[in-house]
Ligand binder design. Sequence first.
Ligand SMILES: Cc1cc2nc3c(=O)[nH]c(=O)nc-3n(C[C@H](O)[C@H](O)[C@H](O)COP(=O)(O)OP(=O)(O)OC[C@H]3O[C@@H](n4cnc5c(N)ncnc54)[C@H](O)[C@@H]3O)c2cc1C
Length: 540
Amino acid sequence: MHGEGAPRRRSFWGWGWEDRSPDALALEKLARRVSGALGGELRAAPAPSLEAARVPPSKLEVPAALAAFCTADREARIRHTYGRSWRDVYRGFCGDFSPAPDLVAMPRGEEDVAQVLAWAEGARVAVVPYGGGTSVVSGVEPAVGDGYRGSLSLDLSRLDRVLEVDTVSRAARIGAGATGPGLEAQLVPYGLTLRHYPQSFEFSTLGGWIATRAGGHFATLYTHIDDLVESVRMVTPRGIWDSRRLPASGAGPSPDRLALGSEGTLGVITEAWVRLQARPTWRGQASVRFGSFEAAVAALRDIAQAGLYPANCRVLDPQEAFLHRVADDGSAVLLLAFESADGPRDAWLGRALAIAAGHGGVSAGGAGGGGDQESWRVAFFEGPYLLNGLVQLGVVADTFETACTWDRFGALHEGVTARMLEALQAVCGGGALSCRITHAYPDGLAPYYTFIGLGRGAHALSQWEQLKQTASDALLDFGGTITHHHAVGRLHRPWYDRQRPEPFARALSGAKRALDPEWILNPGVLVDPPTGDTGPGVDE
Ligand SMILES: Cc1cc2nc3c(=O)[nH]c(=O)nc-3n(C[C@H](O)[C@H](O)[C@H](O)COP(=O)(O)OP(=O)(O)OC[C@H]3O[C@@H](n4cnc5c(N)ncnc54)[C@H](O)[C@@H]3O)c2cc1C
């Protein structure tokens, strides 16, 4: 536990708060659970120390013009080196902070952001926008190549205020650095909520959500941040990008749609107007068990196509249900929830349960349903802390996610499962793969996979790389997307490049060239810096 009055600190190498990482007893329990499932003897290595972390000296002096909010401090650089994928946590655990930024800036407002960009252009320094640092795709890692004199991590955490609330239209102007809990707390006095809950909610930021097109945990309707954004304000190296507040507009391609998912390559998001909702006053939930995953998925499709739009309709395969302590009898489970700020929705819940029953689902009833939902909720937010423990135990484990149309799901799931089990056998001598369906649309679904296998000491990183490559190839080969909500970053680039139309790639390079002609913003993400003599921004 952190001491009375001492500021609570985030782990410099793993997920979340330092005081919530598994302690010795929790590690022992985790080791027994994993050994039970995978075999092998597991012993936890001690957590690393900040003093022993290896970080190269900074290549840059703090420029006088930025001195009021910029530092080359060793700890600040360490803390801004990685996001929080398994690979990031593993490298942090090993004490390897070699890609650390040379400088870290914490702008106090938009003018500071503009000043950083102006200086970086002249100094040929790459700028990597940093929100909450929860990227799982190397989006904040300053691996920017040799074309720069150094790199600067631009931490937006000081821009964390709710700046204006329009209670008539139910919208708010919010600083990009506001975290989930931070912005929700500021909205409480208005009785309003953004209602966007990614699993990383505690630490990720509004700017990060917009830059990565994040997905919240509500399973239908307004789940991507895209649908909640009314307008976006960005500082670009070539001026301010400020879109008009509108509920909808047919005026040509949408500027907001280009800012959404731009991953820090086109500009630095400083604030956005977002759509709010009244806080729900009615909630109803249920849990339904099925004899097979296929039957649960079939029920999910019918519910998604019935126009009922539950807040939650998540399917857990038997392994997921077991891991999240929801069911241990080999059932697949459908978790259903409806909520409303405008009176009961019992009829909607009743209709969804009737559809599920038509596919052989057996409802656990009101109280049972609530218990399952609670087990799920606790395990959902505890899960990321377990990752720290798994890395300490030398276990290779990660998640990957996708989306596909309903007609392709059977082949995709079968293909991904077969290839991953084969790869786990070859790379780890065995392992486990589980699947849950996190989001459902009338025309398709978003499956989310977790894999786990025993690491072979110093080979763990290359084992992970082989498994990640297998998973990503399979997603594209079987008609999925490389990501439903985890973004592209540096990690998913090869598969994103395969997925997008070539003329679109050129159009994106053109936009980048217009806004960031010196290519200083997050190089290596989405589009490559110009090479050779082909001219600025031409990726050939
Ligand atoms: C345990 C865990 C659970 C997760 N669960 C989810 C989930 O449920 N749903 C989901 O969508 N994602 C999830 N993620 C991934 C991650 O949380 C999201 O991508 C999130 O949107 C990143 O927000 P952030 O503020 O941490 O951004 P960062 O990680 O700091 O940055 C992400 C990217 O956005 C850019 N960026 C950040 N802020 C700005 C800005 N103001 N202007 C311009 N560019 C910017 C960065 O340069 C980087 O490329 C999870 C990650 C972890 C580790």
